[in-house]
Design a protein around this ligand. Structure first.
Ligand code: SF4
Length: 157
């Protein structure tokens, strides 16, 4: 399991609906040309995941009496190196907040997702899967939540 992550934003107004807590995993096998976050590609980059990361996220979601949604981005949250951490974080957040929206961005297309037990658990718990690689030639900044028009938003609940 990768012990690195790329970042945590406690009040994100861009990724997801309303205000979200956003968590970026570290390491991405896709290496899409034109990627906006190439610093997240290296599995050895980023920062060590703190032991209390789940507690930090759970606390941040309801800080100041405002309940936020939760977004997971990358890097690639669903690659074999990161999926255990992704599953662990999402499971903890969903247990603490049954009703918030959880968004997850992946560079895999839905049909190419690496199958495993953790993936099944994640799919059960999230609300929106934004899938597909970033394709520079199809860049479209008018579309909410996605960067290029090949990507799709799958509503899972
Ligand atoms: S999947 Fe996302 S993080 Fe990975 S290279 Fe593509 S755009 Fe960048």
């Amino acid at each position: 399991m990768n012990t690195k992550y790329a970042g945590l934003m406690k009040n994100d107004m861009v990724n997801g609906e309303g205000v979200c807590v956003s968590f970026w995993t570290q390491g991405c096998p896709h290496r899409c040309p034109g990627c906006h976050n190439p610093e997240t590609w290296d599995f050895d980059g980023g920062m060590e995941v703190p032991t209390d990361i789940k507690g930090q996220i759970i606390k941040a979601i309801s800080a100041n009496g405002v309940e936020r949604n939760f977004s997971v981005l990358g890097g690639e949250p669903l690659c074999p190196e990161n999926i255990e951490l992704t599953c662990s974080v999402i499971t903890a957040v969903r247990a603490a907040y049954p009703d918030i929206k959880i968004y997850l961005w992946t560079g895999y297309t839905f049909n190419a997702l690496p199958l495993c037990d953790e993936l099944e658990k994640i799919i059960e718990k999230i609300d929106y899967l934004i899938e597909g690689p970033y394709i520079e030639e199809l860049r479209d900044i008018t579309l909410p939540l996605i960067g290029s028009s090949n990507q799709t938003i799958i509503h899972l609940t």
